[in-house]
Design a protein around this ligand. Structure first.
Ligand code: ADP
Length: 285
């Protein structure tokens, strides 16, 4: 090994340590960091992440929502932020405010053309996630909710490594068996990284009739709960298929804000209880 190579490696190591220190400083201002994961796409992970974040903010907590679903960032659409431009303050990137106590950062804000797919290799994704944690001026938050891409790939792995002990993961699934076998992989993934599973949410569990409000189980119901029992993890509840959720997502008005009195909104409020408990326990310590 030449002297030049050794010096370069030393520089890189020093740079890495500086960056890790910067992430630590930034993240030390956030009390709880929670990943929202799913075994596969289309199960409503982003919808659940957005509504959990809004529900926590409506419960009076200061919340950041970070969307690192690099291949399909849907949080700007769900929260009607698609036309927002990012602002910087000194070296920091400012997250986009949604309300007085909810801010959002999404890879979607950085894409020139939302209709073209992002083709990024692992190291580029890692750099981008690092930038979100290091350079975004999150300020003091009670919760950072992180909407990860589906599966057990580079992105959730990078976040877990960079965050150095996030509080845990909420795993979203649908009642069908296929999604469930995928979600089992997701739970094993958490376990292999020593990431606690805060609980499982069974989304699209039954259909709410828009006329009479009756719930019909189109797919099987209860699969998520059975799996949670079998795998010895908490079950956070069921969110039915509700056409109003699709409408809310498409119109950019968070469902739980728009339909706060509905039974489904109450399900989100139930699901955040263990998450609120994390803060209560921390404050009592
Ligand atoms: P993922 O992040 O898992 O890919 P999304 O959150 O983007 O999934 O949701 C996919 C689609 O399903 C969206 O159009 C969303 O409005 C819809 N959706 C999600 N959850 C529900 C639900 N409980 N009822 C009705 N539609 C839903």
């Amino acid at each position: 090994m030449t002297k030049q190579t050794t010096l370069k490696q030393q520089d890189q190591k020093q740079q890495m340590e500086i960056e890790q220190g910067q992430i630590r400083d930034r993240m030390s201002q956030i009390k709880h960091k929670i990943l929202v994961l799913s075994g596969k796409g289309g199960v409503g992970k982003s919808t659940v992440a957005a509504n959990l974040a809004v529900a926590l903010s409506l419960a009076g907590k200061s919340v950041g929502l970070l969307d690192i679903d690099i291949h399909g960032p849907s949080i700007p659409k769900i929260l009607n932020l698609e036309d927002k431009k990012l602002m910087t303050f000194g070296d920091a990137i400012m997250p986009v405010p949604v309300s007085a106590n909810l801010v959002v950062m999404s890879i979607g804000f950085m894409l020139q053309d939302r209709d073209n797919p992002v083709i990024w290799r692992g190291p580029m994704k890692y750099q981008m996630i690092k930038q979100f944690l290091k350079d975004v001026e999150w300020g003091q938050l009670d919760y950072l909710i992180i909407d990860s891409p589906p599966g057990t790939g580079d992105e959730p792995l990078s976040v877990v490594q960079l965050l150095d002990k996030p509080d845990g993961a909420v795993v979203v699934t649908t009642p069908q068996q296929v999604a469930l076998s995928d979600v089992r992989k997701g739970i094993s993934f958490c376990r292999s990284l020593n990431l606690p599973v805060i609980g499982v949410i069974e989304n699209m569990s039954g259909f709410v009739c828009p006329k009479c409000g009756e719930i019909t189980n189109i797919f099987k119901s209860g699969g998520g709960e059975n799996m949670a029992i079998e795998m010895n993890i908490p079950f956070l509840g069921r969110i039915p298929i509700d056409p109003q959720i699709v409408h809310a997502c498409d119109s950019g008005e968070p469902y739980i804000q728009q339909y706060s009195q509905c039974q489904v909104a109450q399900s989100f409020n139930e699901a955040i209880k263990p998450i609120l408990e994390l803060d209560k326990n921390k404050n009592e310590k």
